[in-house]
Structure formats: structure tokens, C-alpha cells
Ligand binder design. Structure first.
Ligand SMILES: *Cc1c(COP(=O)(O)O)cnc(C)c1O
Length: 394
């Protein structure tokens, strides 16, 4: 049988890199020609523990031989276990599980709307989000997203979303009202260019939501599970949200998404109000439980903080050597953006081809580093050397 295939029968939805990965282990991936790459993307924030982490692989193997799927009409001990673990690290009370980030944000939006309309008995439905945000590709979540490119050709969009400039106190003060159902945001905008939220602004958002009876939803899909050096990014800011969404790193590569909410808000989802066939499936929960247990055992947030410091030493040295080419270094933990005067896509292509390192962009002029939490000092040096070479030679 021939192994040569083409993409003729795939929808052409991605700008693809011309490589075909067939194997991964730790921070390394290999293509079909046997070339090895260092993955500093974590598969876009997913493989936080590296590829095929042994603890998660073992748990999945055991689950594969035990039970794959049941309906959500029966009780789910594994969902209960994962919910309990996530509640403990987040300080929130109840979880709902689904299969992706966009689905998690859909659930967050639905929960917020229903809480207002059914629990509080208020007809408010407006959701405030921010420019340059990214919340997903379903109709509601692309509407929530503050970037026009994801909306092109998909009209009409659902009603009730408005977008405000990020880190702007006055804009929110002016827009928030008795019609506001929720304010929804990432605390480090990932896809939009690696922009962290300012502390005073975030504290003010919490106060404004409380004063106007609106909910605060934090999209932790990219920033959650230790990525920023805390379990969840809001823990940097001394605030507590009403709802958070999680996905990417939660299953180490097995698709898992979910939302967590306070007891009060979670009451809005009564039986029959929201659901999913696959969400919370035993395989996904096994991956999630093993991932959280491993992150806890590795003290992931503290580890990520340490790795951030190591990266910053190297990146700041590069900026000092090339102040004309490096405009800014931003981010938290292992979500770091390097803004340059060059085309970020050209830089990451050069680094992939010449140095065998996979990196991402976040907008046209930002190189995004999203490495795993098991990145070593030697790998950090390797990534920094490649960036330096690219800035000098592209
Ligand atoms: C990736 C991402 C999403 C969408 O998640 P999918 O699993 O691709 O649907 C939503 N919000 C943020 C912040 C993300 O990074």
C-alpha cells in the first residue's frame, strides 16, 4: 500500500508549514524524513508537559482497556474527580466539561446569559470583550473575538457583543451599564500579540462588574494550567472571576475543555439547559486527571516562573544587542512575545529550517514562545541563540 498522500481531500483552512510530524517525545518531534525538531510551541499551548508525557500516557492506556464512553445520563466519577481537582486549584466551585476551547467559551457565554435571565430575572444580555482578543471559531465565540479577520464572510453574527480597547479604564467605565451581562477577556492576549493586562485595569474591571451587577469571565484557555506562572492568570491580579474557561493544556493533547464557575452562577445550568455527547468522556477525564496530578507533583506554576526568569535573561540580552530590531518583550510565565521590526513569519520560518526549532507568531510582528514546562536551560540557550541568529540574518 502506498503511503504517499496529498491534501487534496482536506479543507484548506490553515496556513501550513511544509513539514509532516509523525512522532513526539518530551520537547522533541520528528518528521516523516527523520528530522528532529525542538518544539517551542507546545502544539499551541497544549503539550505543557511535553509530547507523550509518561504519566498521562500510562493513565490513558489503562483507561483504553477499561471504558471509553458512556452517555452523560449516568453519573461520572472521573468528571467528579477532575472537577474537584480544578476547584481546588482555582477557588471556583463547579465545572462543566466539553471538548474544546471554543465550546468552553460558548458554555461560558450561555451560562452568563442564562444566569442573568433566569436566576436574576434580568433581561440583560450584552457581553463586553476587547480588541485583539481571541475566543474561538464558533459563531458566538468569533463574534466575541476582537479581530475582524475571523468574522469575514460569516454574517449575520449573533447580537449582543461589543468590543472595547484593552487596558483602557475609561472605555469600560463609559460602556458598562445595566444592560451588561458580562465582561469577558484574556489576561494575557495570546493570539492577538501577547499583551498582558495591567493590574490596575483588571482590579477596576472587577469593581465595575460588581457595581453594575455584571459577571467577569476570564478566558484561561491559553493562560490556564500553570502557563503564566500561576495555576490561572487571574491569580496574578488578586481578583476572583465568576466564570473561567479552560482547554488547551488540560488534557496534554487529548481534547478536553471546560468551564468553572462559582456556586451561585453555576445554578443557572439546571438539567436540560446545556449538554454535550462527548464532553467529559472517560478517556478525556483520565487525560485531564493525570495532567493535573502531574502538574501538581511538578509544582508547575513555580517551575514556570523560574523558566520565565531564565528566558528573560537571554531575551533581554538580545534586545540590548539589537535595540533597533527588538521593540518589546512581553508576557508572563511561558507565554512570551518578542515584538520585532521584522516579519515574524520570516523569522520563525528561518529558525525552523536552519535551527530545527518550532516557534509561533502572534500577529505580523510578534514571535510567540510557548514552550513546555519541561524546557531545559540548554534548550532555552538553543532557542535564544536561534532567535539572535534570525534577527541578524533574516
Ligand atoms: C485557542 C484559544 C481558544 C479556542 O480554543 P479551541 O480549542 O481552538 O476552540 C479560545 N480562547 C483562547 C484564549 C485561545 O487561546
Amino acid at each position: 500500500m502506498s503511503t504517499v498522500t496529498t491534501a487534496a481531500h482536506l479543507m484548506n483552512t490553515y496556513f501550513k508549514w511544509p513539514i509532516r510530524l509523525v512522532k513526539g517525545q518530551g520537547n522533541r518531534v520528528w518528521d516523516d524524513k527523520g528530522r528532529e525538531y525542538l518544539d517551542a510551541t507546545s502544539g499551541i499551548g497544549v503539550n505543557a508537559l511535553g509530547h507523550v508525557p509518561p504519566t498521562v500516557a500510562k493513565r490513558l492506556h489503562e483507561q483504553v482497556d477499561t471504558l471509553w464512553h458512556t452517555s452523560n445520563l449516568v453519573e461520572h466519577p472521573l468528571q467528579e474527580q477532575l472537577a474537584e481537582k480544578l476547584a481546588a486549584i482555582s477557588g471556583l466551585d463547579r465545572a462543566f466539561f466539553c471538548n474544546s476551547g471554543a465550546e468552553a467559551n460558548e458554555a461560558a457565554i450561555k451560562l452568563a446569559r442564562r444566569y442573568m435571565q433566569k436566576v436574576k430575572g434580568e433581561e440583560r444580555f450584552e457581553i463586553i470583550t476587547f480588541t485583539q482578543s481571541f475566543h474561538g471559531r464558533t459563531l458566538a465565540t468569533l463574534t466575541a473575538t476582537g479581530q475582524d479577520k475571523v468574522k469575514d464572510g460569516f454574517l449575520p453574527l449573533p447580537e449582543g457583543f461589543i468590543h472595547l480597547p484593552y487596558n483602557d479604564v475609561q472605555a469600560v467605565q463609559e460602556a458598562i451599564s445595566s444592560k451588561t451581562c458580562a465582561v469577558m477577556l484574556e489576561l494575557v492576549q495570546g493570539e492577538g500579540g501577547v499583551y498582558p493586562a495591567e493590574e490596575a485595569w483588571v482590579k477596576e474591571l472587577r469593581k465595575l462588574c460588581d457595581a453594575h451587577g455584571a459577571l467577569l469571565i476570564i478566558d484561561e484557555i491559553q493562560t490556564g494550567m500553570g502557563r503564566t506562572g500561576e495555576w490561572f492568570s487571574y491569580q496574578h491580579y488578586g481578583i476572583k472571576p465568576d466564570i473561567i474557561s479552560v482547554a488547551k493544556a488540560l488534557g496534554s493533547g487529548f481534547p478536553v475543555g471546560g468551564i468553572l464557575a462559582t456556586e451561585e452562577v453555576a445554578q443557572a445550568f439546571a438539567p436540560g439547559t446545556h449538554g454535550t455527547t462527548f464532553g467529559g468522556n472517560p478517556l478525556a477525564m483520565a487525560a485531564g486527571i493525570a495532567t493535573v496530578e502531574t502538574l501538581l507533583a511538578e509544582q508547575a506554576p513555580a517551575k514556570v516562573k523560574g523558566l520565565h526568569q531564565q528566558f528573560m535573561v537571554h531575551l533581554q540580552a538580545i534586545q540590548q544587542a539589537h535595540p533597533d530590531k527588538v521593540k518589546a518583550i512581553r508576557g508572563k510565565g511561558l507565554l512570551i512575545g518578542l515584538e520585532t521590526t521584522q516579519a515574524a513569519a520570516d523569522l520563525i520560518t528561518y529558525i525552523r529550517e536552519k535551527h530545527g526549532i518550532l516557534l509561533l507568531v502572534a500577529g505580523p510582528q510578534v514571535v510567540r514562545l510557548l514552550p513546555s514546562y519541561i524546557t531545559t536551560e540548554a534548550e532555552i540557550e538553543q532557542i535564544a541563540a536561534a532567535l539572535k541568529d534570525a534577527l541578524q540574518n533574516v
